[in-house]
Design a protein around this ligand. Structure first.
Ligand SMILES: CC(C)(COP(=O)(O)OP(=O)(O)OC[C@H]1O[C@@H](n2cnc3c(N)ncnc32)[C@H](O)[C@@H]1OP(=O)(O)O)[C@@H](O)C(=O)NCCC(=O)NCCS
Length: 261
């Protein structure tokens, strides 16, 4: 694998994405970087972890930032040919292609309520409400008071053959650094939405992101998120999503420009 590089896709219109089709069968109007992210998610979550294809895309995708890591992969198209004496009569031909190998997304607030401990959650595209969830007061947990706006990292996936080489670390670092350097990006505009839609009665109630980041981590990956600075939120408990046990974890980023992560 050549030196991997990373691409960011900011929130974008995905109205043309058809959840029932594979990424390779989507309309040309869907941004290429998103198709690449979905190609990785298809390989990892749909094929490897048996999540139904239609459940892999959700309404959070359009309002999220997505990062995709690409590797330059060299493939031999025509092998070298030698004559009986061992002299090369035809040189090897190869092509180098940028292949998507990893992805992560960052979902802005507001979010649906924290899952109830012990609950079992299966995504149902038909029941999914249109647009983002309303601003609510959630149940307090160990690290979340139920009110503070938080962003959520998720859908981290690395293609099997490229695991163990630091690709997920690179993705988590890229998303956390970007969030830290763009702290006001997701703050809502009171002028556009109005106080009532923001669940605010007074100016101090207007949601402002102060650096809180959440993950709903597959239990088997909890230790990796710990390495990236997240702490298990005992109060959130455990629950099941698409048949996989999950835990809640939080990290607080100091919001200072150019701060090291
Ligand atoms: C989890 C996953 C994204 C890790 O990708 P990766 O590129 O292999 O991870 P990295 O090589 O960047 O690993 C970074 C660190 O996390 C550790 N780590 C990675 N996966 C781990 C796991 N499942 N359990 C414990 N530690 C893990 C690595 O040992 C490494 O530690 P180090 O920095 O001390 O060397 C990848 O295994 C994957 O796609 N799994 C299937 C999808 C999935 O489960 N996603 C998680 C949803 S919450």
């Amino acid at each position: 694998m050549g030196t991997p590089f990373i691409q960011l896709l900011r929130p974008t219109n995905l109205d043309e994405y058809d959840r029932d089709r594979r990424p390779s069968e989507q309309s040309g109007d869907v941004p290429k970087t998103f198709l690449d992210a979905m190609e990785v998610r298809e390989q990892v979550f749909v094929i490897e972890q048996n999540v139904p294809l239609a459940n892999e895309f959700d309404s959070d995708d359009a309002r999220s930032c997505h990062w995709v890591v690409y590797a330059s992969i060299n493939t031999t198209t025509e092998p070298e040919v030698k004559d009986a004496e061992g002299n090369i009569v035809k040189r090897k031909r190869s092509v180098t292609r940028s292949t998507p190998i990893g992805t992560i997304r960052l979902v802005p607030f507001p979010h649906p309520p924290h899952p109830e401990p012990g609950s079992v959650f299966t995504f149902n595209a038909e029941e999914e409400p249109a647009g983002p969830p309303p601003y609510i007061t959630d149940r307090p947990t160990t690290f979340h008071d139920g009110k503070e706006p938080y962003v959520k990292l998720g859908r981290i996936a690395v293609v099997k053959e490229f695991r163990g080489a630091g690709v997920a670390r690179m993705l988590a670092h890229a998303a956390l650094t970007w969030a830290q350097e763009n702290p006001t990006f997701f703050n809502p505009s009171v002028t556009t939405l109005g106080m009532e839609n923001l669940g605010a009665k007074k100016l101090e109630d207007i949601p402002v992101w102060k650096g809180l980041v959440c993950v709903h981590a597959q239990e088997s990956v909890e230790k990796a998120w710990e390495k990236w600075g997240f702490e298990l939120d005992e109060g959130m408990g455990t629950w099941e999503e698409e048949g996989i046990k999950h835990v809640g974890m939080f990290r607080r980023l100091p919001i200072v420009s150019n701060a090291a992560i």
